[in-house]
Design a protein around this ligand. Sequence first.
Ligand code: PLP
Length: 813
Amino acid sequence: MFSSKEEFKEVFVKNLESETGKTKDQATEQDAYRALSHLVRERLLQKWKETEQAYQTSGKKQVYYFSMEFLMGRLLGNNLLNMGVLNVVEEGLMDLGLTLPILEEKEADAGLGNGGLGRLAACFLDSLASLRLAGHGVGLRYRNGMFTQRFVNGQQVELPDHWLQDGYMWEVRRDEAAVEVQFGGEIESYEDKDGDLHFTYKNSQSIRAVPYDLPVVGYEEKSVNTLRLWSAEPAEEDLLNKAQIEQAHGNFIGHQRDLEEITSFLYPDDSHEEGKKLRLKQEYFLVSAGLQSIIAQFEELDLPWTDFSERVALHINDTHPALIVPELMRIFMDVKGLGWEEAWSITQSSVSYTNHTTLSEALETWPVDVIRTLVPRIFMIIEEINERFCQSLWEQDPGDFDRIAQLAIIADGTVKMAHLSIVGSHSVNGVARLHTDILKKREMKAFYEAFPERFNNKTNGITHRRWLLHANPSLSELITNTVGEGWKRQPNRMKELLAYREDGTFLDELHQIKQQNKVNLAQWIEKDHGIAVNPDSIFDVHIKRLHGYKRQLLNALHIMHLYNELKANPSKEMTPRTFIFGAKAAPGYYFAKKVIKLINTIAEVVNHDPDTKDTIKVVFMEDYSVSLAEKIIPATNVSEQISTASKEASGTGNMKLMMNGALTLGTMDGANVEIHEAVGNDAIYTFGLSSEEVLSYYQTGIYDAMEMYNHDKRIRRVVDQLYHYSPFSKGDTTFHELYHALITHNDEYFLLKDFNSYVAAQEEISHDYLNQRKWNEMSLLNIAHSGAFSSDYTIQNYADDIWKISEAKMLNG
Ligand SMILES: *Cc1c(COP(=O)(O)O)cnc(C)c1O
């Protein structure tokens, strides 16, 4: 279809005119976006069908990645890239007076996730399809994704994200695959004539789950996998019994709205569990709908149930879909008539689980009563799983009550979803080497000792297609021109760039590309935020969710410190810097919102003070999202990865930035440890406490923030500026909470402890940046070693070690 530019232009214009009834010159950019997406979609549908058939007939195992979040971002550009027609289309549009990146902006950014966890799921889908692995996503079609962030007086305001408003080009509704999910009611049991126990539901509420499928195109269009997003609607029987419902619920519309509420919005909390009943409803809805459709597909194969785990792998992304375990048991036993032992063995060999955090506030637990009322049969099964599990522990080690109490799934009136996930799976993995070590040695030590063979590490990754090929075409072109095309399929081959680390011409080209990307970002910042930034300054970037442990406040304190130094001595030599932030705070996270207000206040002050404005600029970009990340990352010099050691399980932003030639300024935390190992000590800036030191402070409780404050003038100065009259506080009490977090509550995240080593590392950066030759060489080292962090390798490891799936041959080669 798009084999040549001319051909594309012809088809495109024809399509545009017939769809809109306008001439090419009358059509708007929105029209052009839709016409182009339509063309792409049509071509995909054919490939999609072929892929599905090939998977069904190949007899290969398929993996289903269950996740409450998929942070997909925009799809048009990525689909064109993976279909191999990006250049043809871009040039063709140019002839027609259209610019592809502008059309891409017309697409809604699918923000069905909070941050790293959801973006990981999206990168994994891209890698699965690109490796021709039969792997699909299972998620929820929230009608409101992650909120849109605006700043009013420097404070965050949340606006609803109606991303489906103009219709979404990439989804296909599949009415024929709808299923029903049951909530509430009572369970009645009876024995049949053979003495087998059966369970029936009384007064339960039935909700219709309708799937919307999104095609996931692999690189070079090798296969088109599926992301299936479920939407809640009133059940058919409800529609037929409208009159009765009017009577029972007062009004039908209200009742309908209650049902649809299940998929109405994404919970906007990252690394924090809300514990709301609606959230549990969402989780069970995802699990039950997803499993019913997978089982229906398996049944079409006409195989015995004992083959299930040879054809199906079920992965749970964090504990949110942990109800897969009891729901699968329910379907096998209550619907398909299997016995407990057989159902349990199939369940365990099908399910695997990824742990994403050791933060206690993120651990998911549910009060027994909540689960019992919402999904009574599921609760019975969890109880039985727990009984049998505790029994087996007793048999292993009779009399060790402590161990049983520690490992039990149900304890103190709550259900521990992590325990349920571990007990019900054959594999448990952490997301970076350090994180997995902490799981084994500390957080899940007792489980690790009980089932050492279940535990393994899979360091996170990112798709180099979106984050390099698409986000940074000029750098990609330079790489290809230098080492050939091979790295696109084998990203590790970016290492061939190492041969050019002393090549002045190459390093200059690298520099030019970074400069141009910085100029582009500077223009964007000027247009969007009205702030003029200097493209020759260091672009120092801190983009990720706003969270105490991610320590945006430490970055802010450092900027306050620089301001103080410049004010004390306006002629002080300082390498110019632009500090760029992007971060959303959970709407109820008071501390995080104060940090946003502080950074915006600092920006107000330093951007306008004649003593500082030419040396430091601060920009907090609104509404951090996948598309904004794609703009910022190629223009970054310094990547801030400054979490309190032991707290960031992996991080993936660190990998995206490294791949685009930024130098990491980081603690030895999460995957920073592996980045450090890959690039070597001379191409990264590390600082701060080690994870061992942090964990031991937590254990001994001997850290004293007040001591840091009392004994260090620089620290005292910035901390006082939060509390007392200062250019930032203006005598207001706005930042008192931040002061209290640091002093009254003893600085839970060790900002003051790490302050001096952070400042020292920043000074080293300012010094090193002046030696452009050295800086460019370090940048090259980062790019060259970044291929190892492609999610293609991560996914290959999941496929080999956990899912046991291999490449599917397409019918047409
Ligand atoms: C990659 C990404 C994240 C994760 O960033 P971390 O720095 O690893 O926390 C969050 N949000 C978006 C939009 C991303 O693209």
